[in-house]
Design a protein around this ligand. Structure first.
Ligand code: GDP
Length: 460
């Protein structure tokens, strides 16, 4: 029997309401020990899909807080087990009391991701869906949410299942013919199988192309904004952050100088690094030297280089431009303050930048900002189609599985080409089929499962 587990399912800190979630065979009994309905009705006598109004009570029956208890009966719950969610006021103290009371009543603390793990083990979610739960919770932009919810609703898994089904059909086909001696193997069968392997590999290659965009949408695009003092770095950052208020995250283990802010630019989460440096008005070139600016740009996947259109380009700008030439693939050249009388034109700047395109903007009037956000989005969606985010490969684990499966399929093609016999081919096809199973969860070891769920937060 699975033990009954409980955890606080709402974020730390104060909130309007807080939720304690209890799951397992004893969930109703545990909940009855900590909750008393005003009507006197027991949760154990309550149908699934109902809630009762009452109080959170201590072991003496004293009311601690007003509460609601929501009852879910197995298998119609998130975990597939009996679940009770107790909603009380979101005071950290009340929630801690409620949790401690569930422990006294026989529940044990839930591990990270244990609710979702149980949902997976009970067949309510496959592994790609389970993994996506945390991604949905932490999605920061529309694009990120589209990737995560595509995984959660099973769109991604469906694509993988199609590939596995195609492989299974081939295996069955081979199985039916394998008893013939090698030299009698029908050329037609070999031809068919080669064609089908080719189709599966083409599909895998298409999916692999989405990995870069998927990773960026899920994890954010590390972005540097560089330029000499007063070119408009912090004004641009504020323009980016205007709509979606800054989500400031301290990167653990670093000083407060390494603060990252996430801006939603055209649905792409831009993780703007060293915002502390920008915010303080510190000048990257002067304060850190051009080498440090180069280093800072090197850490970013997108480097926005700003040049002031209301001033002439000078030696400092030239130095910044040398960085652009090194980082051609990730640099975007921006001409700022286009609302002021021009001293430097886009054409001049582009010429100095070795012909790189120039985006002209004014944070004062907003001119060019929409075009800039479209251009950034277009970079991320370069190889992939808009609207298909739900089937994007979004983690390194997924990318690796696809690479390995593709390797097995290449080996199968080699065996076919070398007329090695269909039993050889079938070994590789089976290996590819099993590998892809790691994405739907059929072929996962407990170690990998533990690793996946350890990345979750408590209460999920
Ligand atoms: P930073 O030192 O590169 O971060 O530059 P700031 O963003 O602090 O901007 C320096 C000065 O230029 C400030 O006075 C801004 O108001 C002004 N500024 C920034 N962008 C624009 C713009 O697009 N148009 C105009 N007219 N002024 C701007």
């Amino acid at each position: 029997m699975e033990e009954t587990i409980s955890a606080i399912a709402t974020p730390q800190g104060m909130g309007g309401i807080g939720v304690v979630r209890i799951s397992g065979e004893e969930a109703l009994r545990v909940a009855d020990a900590v909750f008393a309905a005003n009507s006197g009705q027991k949760l154990a006598d309550t149908e699934g899909g109902r809630f009762l109004h009452g109080s959170l009570v201590d072991s003496f029956g004293e009311a601690i807080d007003e509460a609601l208890a929501l009852v879910f009966r197995a298998p119609h719950s998130y975990t597939g087990e009996d679940v009770v969610e107790i909603q009380c006021h979101g005071s950290p103290y009340v929630l801690r009391c409620a949790l401690a009371l569930t422990y006294s009543a026989g529940a044990r603390p839930a591990e990270r991701g244990e609710f979702t793990k149980r949902a997976f083990l009970n067949g309510h979610l496959d592994i790609s869906q389970a993994e996506a739960v945390m991604d949905v919770v932490s999605a920061r932009t529309k694009g990120a949410l589209a990737v995560a919810s595509g995984h959660l609703t099973g769109r991604f898994s469906k694509e993988i299942k199609k590939l596995r089904d195609a492989l299974l059909t081939m295996l069955a086909h081979i199985e039916a013919n394998i008893d013939f001696p090698e030299d009698e193997v029908d050329d037609v069968i070999a031809y068919d199988i080669e064609k089908n392997i080719h189709a599966v590999r083409t599909k895998i290659a298409e999916m692999q192309k989405t990995a870069e965009a998927g990773r960026v949408l899920r994890d954010g695009l590390p972005t540097a904004i560089i330029g000499k003092p007063n070119v408009g770095k912090s004004s641009l950052m504020n323009a980016f952050l205007r709509e979606e208020r800054a989500i400031v995250t301290d990167i653990p283990g670093t000083t407060r100088d390494a603060i990252e802010e996430v801006a939603d630019v055209g649905g792409v989460p831009l993780c703007i690094v060293d915002t502390a440096g920008i915010r303080k008005g510190a000048d990257v070139v002067e304060r850190l030297g051009i080498e440090r600016a180069r280093e800072y740009a090197r850490k970013a996947s997108l480097v926005l280089m700003l040049f002031d259109g209301s001033r002439r380009l000078d030696a400092e700008d030239e130095e910044i431009l040398t960085i652009a030439k090194d980082r051609e693939g990730s640099a975007m050249i921006l001409l700022t303050k286009t609302d002021l009388p021009p001293k430097t034109t886009a054409a001049t700047l582009s010429e100095c930048a070795g012909g790189l395109p120039v985006h002209a903007i004014s944070t004062e009037t907003g001119a060019g900002l929409e075009e800039l956000s479209i251009a950034i989005r277009a970079r991320v969606y370069r190889d992939v189609s808009d609207g298909a985010e739900g089937t994007f490969v979004s983690t390194e684990r997924e990318a690796k599985v696809l690479r390995e499966a593709d390797g097995h399929l290449a080996a199968a093609q080699d065996s076919l080409a070398g007329a090695m016999g269909l039993d050889f081919v079938s070994i590789d096809l089976r290996a590819a089929w099993e590998e892809l199973g790691k994405l739907t969860g059929e072929a996962l070891g407990t170690e990998l499962l533990d690793e996946i769920f350890s990345k979750f937060c408590i209460g999920k």
